[in-house]
Design a protein around this ligand. Structure first.
Ligand SMILES: Cc1cc2nc3c(=O)[nH]c(=O)nc-3n(C[C@H](O)[C@H](O)[C@H](O)COP(=O)(O)OP(=O)(O)OC[C@H]3O[C@@H](n4cnc5c(N)ncnc54)[C@H](O)[C@@H]3O)c2cc1C
Length: 321
């Protein structure tokens, strides 16, 4: 069941899972079915590489092709059918050493006795020039949180994925104009959604446009972009950035866990990280085959590790049911 952030904040969960892709959703299915109170946090529908995979034909037991989004949604629905809760928020910080452990998002903070990190590997490497200095002063990663600050002002959204397009549509409620800057010629979303955004009178679509820098001293005044081979400046007061890369998404951990070169997380055989009670699964791990079936298997193992951690058991018992 999807719940509001305010509702989720009132509970200390047995386990908080950051990410609701195949890894996080499978972990939630197992922990919820084992009777542990379980909260999954995700950035929103259509986020994560699971949701981006157009066609998946190699997930065991699913004959033919299924979109990654549908497969992931089925996993999430199965987890919530056993009592897991789902909340939409963007995690930016964690405190993993206190009891209970806490996870801070844009909308507030959530508490868990154990944590599973399942944020995948679609993170960006180096930020854009000017981006970091202007976070909170025009640069944002969450239109739902910050959109209302840009009433009657022009804004830009950078990205070509589901999240970017949904956020651009949301921003039309407030902004005078929304420039949607897609690094590819066409948007990476279903046709109906692309049509809706392209037809919207407040949205100016820039296909094949790259953002080169965020401009401004104390606040965002514009973006430098390259479009059709030429560089230009686009005057905007808000820059909502949803660009993706291929880096493990671990920045929000702020060095609390041991990582390898490249930022991926190291775990033991029960998927536990360097901090007891904190587990990690799926694409965010090192030297790993990046596939749905692997992320799902990691999730099942981590759930078993969480149970063991919460019950204080330090031996592994075979678990057949
Ligand atoms: C184009 C493409 C095609 C693919 N094709 C196949 C295929 O055919 N077969 C196959 O097996 N695999 C395929 N894969 C790989 C597969 O999608 C991944 O291995 C799998 O989805 C990894 O699952 P995950 O749960 O680790 O991460 P993801 O699926 O990436 O999920 C990450 C989750 O973390 C959440 N998240 C991230 N950051 C935050 C944050 N700060 N706060 C809150 N939530 C956050 C996201 O919202 C999302 O819910 C493909 C991948 C891509 C990109």
């Amino acid at each position: 069941m999807t719940i509001e952030p305010m509702e989720a904040m009132n509970t200390v969960y047995d386990v908080v899972i950051i990410g609701a892709g195949p890894g996080g959703a499978t972990a939630a299915l197992y922990t919820a079915r084992a009777g542990l109170s379980t909260l999954m946090i995700h950035r929103g529908p259509g986020t994560g590489s699971g949701a981006l995979a157009d066609r998946i034909a190699n997930y065991p037991g699913v004959l033919g092709e299924i979109s990654g989004q549908e497969l992931t949604e089925r996993m999430v629905a199965q987890a919530t059918s056993f009592g897991a809760r789902l909340v939409q928020d963007v995690v930016g910080m964690v405190d993993l050493h206190k009891t209970p452990k806490s996870v801070s998002g844009n909308q507030g903070y959530y508490q868990g006795r154990a944590i599973i990190i399942a944020t995948g590997a679609m993170g960006r490497g180096t930020p854009l020039p000017g981006e970091e200095a202007l976070v909170g002063r025009g640069v944002s990663y969450c239109a739902t949180c910050d959109g209302a600050f840009f009433r009657d002002q022009p804004v830009a959204v950078a990205g070509n994925n589901h999240e970017a397009v949904e956020e651009a549509l949301f921003l039309t409620r407030f902004a005078s104009q929304v420039h949607l800057l897609s690094q590819t010629a066409s948007l990476n979303v279903p046709t109906a959604l692309a049509d809706e955004v392209l037809r919207h009178e407040k949205i100016a679509y820039h296909g094949g446009a790259r953002v080169l820098a965020v401009l401004g001293e104390d606040a965002v005044t514009g973006l430098r972009i390259r479009e059709g081979g030429a560089e230009s400046e686009l005057a905007v007061q808000g820059a909502f950035i949803y660009l993706q890369g291929r880096q493990p998404i671990t920045g929000f951990l702020q060095g609390e866990l041991e990582r390898c070169e490249g930022g991926c997380l190291q775990v033991d055989t029960m998927m536990q990280t360097s901090v007891p009670g904190v587990f990690a699964v799926g694409d965010v791990l090192c030297n790993h085959l990046k596939q749905v079936v692997v992320a799902a298997a990691d999730g099942a193992i981590a759930a078993s590790g969480v149970e063991r951690y919460l019950s204080g058991r330090d031996t592994i018992r075979p678990d057949w049911h």
